[in-house]
Design a protein around this ligand. Structure first.
Ligand SMILES: Cc1cc2nc3c(=O)[nH]c(=O)nc-3n(C[C@H](O)[C@H](O)[C@H](O)COP(=O)(O)OP(=O)(O)OC[C@H]3O[C@@H](n4cnc5c(N)ncnc54)[C@H](O)[C@@H]3O)c2cc1C
Length: 414
């Protein structure tokens, strides 16, 4: 039997297991998947935990439930990949592979910023990119009486680049509902020159920031967190004071990638952006947050990547040329508070534009415009995630590559 080995049973690894168990001949290929943890988290739900919109049970399930029959599930820590020997070292055994898929994701690295893990960490400084961080922040917000709230992004790339903005919008709504919005001063601090990585979208978002009285501090390259004075300081020595700092620390690929000598400075694996084959090793493929491709690090992107990658793995096993197909397609809801959301749809080359999605004229979802229907779409994503996305079931009417139907290109999208 030939061995196909998947590293990581998060969003991408689980989807690949589900796709490949159906696509590879069972008599020739054995499929195995390795992950260190028992629990699979619905990470988009971490945004809602701090505001008591979701509870713990809505964002976690046992990971094994989503691994299909016929796939060997190994719950162990991965120590090292030896790509020249086609082997992977786990904590107490070594596995061999013919084809390897790296799906080990990315995680926060607060230790990369001086002072971030100082005495105020989890007292007045929080993250919401981890399950524990989101819950600690929820407990803090339940009793916080107001002051300077700074929502901060350390550096790009981060997973779900819109999540910190959504956090700022939801915070505005949350404090309004609590009747203390006048006691909370919200500032959004970003290393980018505007609210988002895509200029047309930034314009739409700037308008919302203004409307909700959220100040923006762009071009802020953080140098350190001063725990004594309660301020963040950048390399230009600009200081921003806070009472409560909600930060998205540097995001990095797992240390395993560094130990294996396979990553860039942030432990992301150099990957062909259209085929998802590793640039260094032909029988190694990379998907999701673990890659260095210039697409958003998002579950929706991993879902589109998985469809192309599943086809490419089959082509590779037959010795055929790979499809250079993945176009960077991303499809993201942006919660804007008060039960509304925006939707953006874009790829490597095409910025988000106005229009309707997925159908021309009828929508029902609106692009780059706030609507209640978009908010329902965001909430429905959780059901879609557990019931369709992880199982590799195609989402009706949403193709793997970006469709230009329903999009308005002939007027300026601002
Ligand atoms: C707050 C927040 C909001 C988000 N909102 C959205 C959203 O609205 N829409 C959207 O599409 N996406 C969103 N995302 C992003 C989305 O969750 C990720 O892009 C997606 O989960 C990436 O999938 P992945 O499989 O690449 O990584 P993951 O799902 O993180 O999986 C990686 C897996 O690898 C395992 N692993 C890593 N290293 C090792 C090791 N050494 N040994 C063993 N196992 C290992 C981990 O345990 C983990 O299970 C959000 C993320 C966050 C944090």
């Amino acid at each position: 039997m030939k061995q196909l080995l998947i590293l990581g049973a998060g969003t991408s690894g689980t989807m690949m297991a589900n796709h490949l168990v159906k696509k590879l001949p069972k008599k020739e290929w054995a499929v195995s998947i390795v992950d260190q943890y028992k629990t699979h988290y619905y990470q988009p739900g971490f945004l809602f935990l701090p505001f008591d919109i979701y509870n713990e049970d809505q964002v976690k399930k046992e990971g094994k439930k989503f691994i299909p029959k016929g796939v060997n599930y190994i719950q162990k820590k991965i120590e090292k990949i030896l790509p020249d020997d086609n082997k992977v070292e786990l904590e107490d055994e070594t596995l061999s592979y013919d084809v390897l898929i790296i799906a080990t994701g990315s995680k926060i690295a607060p230790q990369e910023t001086e002072g971030l893990l100082g005495p105020l960490w989890k007292k007045d400084i929080f993250d919401f990119y981890t399950y524990e961080g989101a819950l600690a922040l929820r407990n803090k917000l339940r009793t916080w009486e107001g002051g300077k709230l700074v929502v901060h992004v350390t550096e790009m790339p981060i997973k779900c680049p819109v999540a910190p903005l959504e956090f700022a919008f939801l915070a505005d709504s949350y404090f309004r509902d609590k009747g203390i919005r006048d006691k909370v001063d919200i500032t959004y601090v970003t290393p980018l020159s505007g609210a988002f990585t895509k200029p047309t979208c930034t314009k739409a978002l700037n308008y919302l920031l203004e409307e909700k009285n959220i100040k923006i501090e762009p071009d802020f390259a953080i140098m350190e967190v001063d725990n004594e004075q309660k301020q963040i300081i950048d390399y230009a020595e600009k200081a921003i004071p806070f009472d409560l700092l909600v930060t998205v620390p540097t995001n990095m690929g797992d240390a395993l990638i560094e130990r294996s000598g396979m990553g860039d400075d942030l432990n992301f694996v150099p990957t062909n952006k259209h085929t998802l084959q590793s640039k260094a090793h032909k029988n190694v493929f990379v998907i999701g947050d673990a890659t260095n491709v210039p697409a958003s690090k998002a579950g929706s992107v991993a879902h589109f990547e998985a469809e192309t990658l599943a086809d490419n793995i089959v082509l590779f096993t037959k010795g055929y040329k790979l499809k250079e197909e993945f176009d960077g397609h991303a499809n993201c809801f942006i919660e804007t508070g008060a039960n509304k959301a925006l939707l953006i749809d874009f790829n490597y080359d095409q910025e988000p534009v106005h229009g309707t999605f997925p159908f021309a004229k009828v929508g029902p979802l609106k692009l780059l415009k706030e609507s209640v229907f978009n908010h329902w779409g965001k909430l429905a994503f959780r059901w879609i995630y557990w019931n369709m996305l992880l199982k590799g079931i195609p989402i009706p009417f949403v193709g793997r590559n970006m469709s230009f139907k329903g999009k308005i290109f002939d007027i300026k999208s601002d």
